[in-house]
Design a protein around this ligand. Sequence first.
Ligand code: BGC
Length: 749
Amino acid sequence: MRTCIFYLLVLLLVTSCAPGGESDRMEDLLEKMTIEEKVGQLIQYTGRWEMTGPAPGNDYAQTGLQKIESGELGSMLNVTGALATRNAQELALNSRLGIPMIFGYDVIHGYRTMFPMPLAEAATWEPGLARLTSRVAAIEAAAAGLHWTFAPMVDIARDARWGRIVEGSGEDPFLGSLFAAERVKGFQGEDLSANNTIAACAKHFAAYGFVEGGRDYNTVDVSEHTLQNIIFPPFKACVDAGVATFMNAFNVIGGVPSTGNSAMVKGLLKGSWGFEGFVVSDWNSVGEMIEHGVAADQKEAAQLAIEAGCDMDMEGYCYENHLKELIESGEVAEALLDEAVLRILRVKEDLGLFDDPYKYCDKEREKELLLHPDHLALAREVGKRSLVLLKNNEALLPLRKSGQKIALIGELAAEKDSPLGNWRAQAIANSAVSVLEGVKAKAEDSQVFFEKGPRYVSSETGFLTPLEINTTDPRGIKEAVAAARRADVAVLVLGENCFQSAEARSVTDISLKGFQKELLDKVLEVNENVVLVLMNGRPLDISEFIDRIPAVLVAWHPGSESGNAIADVLFGDYNPSGRLPLSWPRSVGQLPLYYNAKNTGRPTDERNLVNTSRYIDLSNDPLFPFGFGLSYTSFEYSDLQVSEPGLGAGESIEIRATITNTGEVFGEEVVQLYVRDVAASVSRPVRELKGFRKIGLEPGSSDEVTFTLKPDDLFYFGADRQWGIDPGTIQVWIGPNAMEGLESSFEIQ
Ligand code: BGC
């Protein structure tokens, strides 16, 4: 790991990524451009038919090449590899003005080396790690000719039914903003024109994580209050971190599609926040304004989008087919087109494409850097740090390396593909280290016997598709139960394959699919020492089993080094330090579920009175709260102190507590600071995360952790539609998760 960290530190030592460099050169270029060439800069084609939405209109193979040659295609997505990007770039440079193209791609959690899915990475509660993994993803992608990633996704999400919850950092704006900023800095480095940095893209602006019922692409209806206080902060954090681009969301908010939302994109993003980069639509989100019912046809959609500040049309063909006509008829001012073109050209300029358009496509570098051992070492390090231990009765974990009979059960345990996660860019299929491989490599004198259990994927096709979960073939349960019977401990790897979460993977049932429940039930009948390892892209409903399973480890889809990272934790070579970046529901019926909720006028409590805000058939509480996670050691919190009784303008206050490792091994604890503004101009959350620190403690040792708050750390968007705070009481907690902790208070003066 030491070489890996050294290598990464060197990579981090490179220098201002804010878009908007020398503009005169670009203005001169703009002067020379025909209207067709200008419109061309605003168009993005996909390079192949692997796509995430229906591709209307043209086939790149037929018209794309001609368009590039005539200087009428400014960008492509899904063209990857040093060779392919060089070939396409050559065509663009041979066009009349030789304006280089910008190649974008979904480099979400790695390019060839896969890191944990973003939600899993957020479970490390170490945003600095996200900077490192994004840095490496950029290094690999840039060597393979790419200039731009459609990441980070910074949508706050509260509903585990929504498949894309796995692509973000969970439910909290504070945690989410830190991860968002670090990812931007990681992708873009300190110098966007370096040959190993790529432009980032904050997506999806905005509120896509709030689709009704968790159904992808569905309607969103949220208040300005929620937009400002919960949804926007991670986007703002990206702007502050110098993000080069933004992507529109598919959804409407209050009936207005984000792609046509002038107040949000022009007014807020490009206006108040001063964002200087460019905005790309999502895949055909310009054209989808027809389906949304706000544009009669492509022409009207194009007009709405350009007037709302959408600079580039991804696979929508509306700009291509209608912008010229709209400008020539005077329906759209040419100044709008010019502004969009300039924004795009400036990002290209900041990337250094006008100086050396080929510096990103370097076959040698590509060969040398993809899957570099240091990248894999980082994947293992971040992988193990992303695992969350939810339960560990009677220290069933860690497993023993000798003298233990371990039954490893479940098709996912031997799987080498799913652990790579969804949105796996150019990962090689079936290239992850499986849990079986990882466990076997570590179990020195312990015996490991593997049983697949019932088929998890379709026995007909053998493919991991989201819908073909085999529910008809229980063969394999018998063998699995027999293996569990003769073992000291049964480790079951269950959950979701990677194509069951992410885009277009919404579900109404978040429990274990197929025959997995039956398998678990039957194994528990013969061996009570069960360790459940979940592979998952969302919290899964395990309530039915939780009292009977002594140990649960959430592994998510941790990437290329999955099996090694999981084995590191299972055998105690790494003491788990991950914490949930979202509330873990008891049932799908609790969704949307989030810790930073409002109190309501009739809050419920342990008395469970009838006319209070609760369900009559289930507790309001999550099964595991936001911030929760166990360790192989234990920690005690004591001596909470608040430095001053009050906090006035221009002042700061310190809140501190002592944390002691009361167990027997070294461990890391995520110490969390929460606040509540008891009486404000609008109802404030019952708790809000305002700080956290991961600390390592030797057994028996203690550390004092201090957080400093200033008034503006507590600002909220209030009834007067301004950010601020009024005098009154602030409750504070320092604790291990959103439902526990030592409590005190101070006054805002
Ligand atoms: C997704 C985006 C993605 C784009 C390009 C869309 O369907 O919503 O997140 O970046 O496709 O692949």
